[in-house]
Design a protein around this ligand. Structure first.
Ligand code: HEM
Length: 225
């Protein structure tokens, strides 16, 4: 088994597996975040559950952290390996004839997402760790029972227009990354051409709708705080 994942095809397969896991994470992250637009109470409840339920904290979160790191490290590795494998460079490597523009730039859109994640962790994850483990407040409630976390924190973050612009730019890169990543992952997973067309449409819809939804959330809170 470990031999399989060390082989070239095994690595591509594992890369696709981590990609599917991250796409699933993104979907549930979006589903919870969009609640903040319709019902702050529901958003707070869902966030509190995700932040305190043991299976999420001690099972899913470590898998997510591993998945993110694996995806980035392996992405770099495959990029370098593919570049080196092309000993004789393409005679013409700047046209759509060899590959699409986006497929050649996955590493750059990936780097933009990595930069976003650093900012995002500073914005949301560090305050979370601080409240829970340094200040020791697991409930997210003040002494009078008022919630000061989740919705309050989220709305506060999107007051600054520079942060909103940085997030929107990152979500455009996310869309570009997903646009190619989805079909690439299915190719690595060996999906036959019969089913491919419908999946392509689904993949493109996902790559547009989810980042657009995140853009909507950021802009909505900027104008409605
Ligand atoms: C408007 C868009 C977004 C908002 C408002 C948002 C908000 C949040 C919030 C409130 C948390 C939870 C912090 C906590 O644990 O209390 C979080 C965690 C996280 N977000 Fe986002 N997020 C957005 C977009 C994204 C995107 C596009 C990605 C991925 C590319 C992402 C990746 C993550 C990750 C990896 C975590 C850590 C999950 C964990 O707690 O285990 N977020 N985000």
């Amino acid at each position: 088994m470990s031999g399989f994942f060390k082989s070239s095809i095994g690595r591509k397969y594992a890369m696709a597996l981590s990609a599917f896991f991250l796409m699933f994470f993104l979907l549930q992250h979006f589903a919870i975040n969009i609640l903040s637009v319709f019902s702050p109470d529901a958003f707070n409840e869902a966030s509190h559950f995700m932040g305190t339920f043991w299976a999420v904290q001690y099972l899913l979160q470590p898998i997510l952290i591993f998945g993110v790191i694996y995806h980035f490290v392996m992405g770099f590795y495959l990029e370098i390996k593919n570049k080196n494998a092309r000993v004789v460079k393409y005679a013409k490597n700047n046209g759509a004839a060899n590959s699409s523009w986006m497929s050649r730039n996955m590493i750059y859109s990936g780097l933009a997402i990595l930069a976003f994640l650093v900012l995002h962790f500073i914005d949301f994850w560090l305050p979370e760790l601080n409240t829970k483990y340094i200040q020791g407040n697991m409930s997210g409630l003040l002494a009078d029972g008022e919630s000061f976390r989740y919705y309050e924190e989220l709305v506060h973050k999107f007051v600054n227009p520079i942060r909103v612009i940085a997030y929107v730019i990152a979500f455009v890169f996310l869309s570009l990354h997903l646009m190619h990543g989805f079909s690439s992952a299915f190719q690595s997973a060996g999906v036959t051409s019969m089913r491919k067309e419908k999946l392509q449409i689904f993949g493109k819809a996902y790559a547009i709708i989810i980042p657009l939804g995140f853009i909507f959330i950021a802009i909505y809170h900027h104008f409605n705080h």
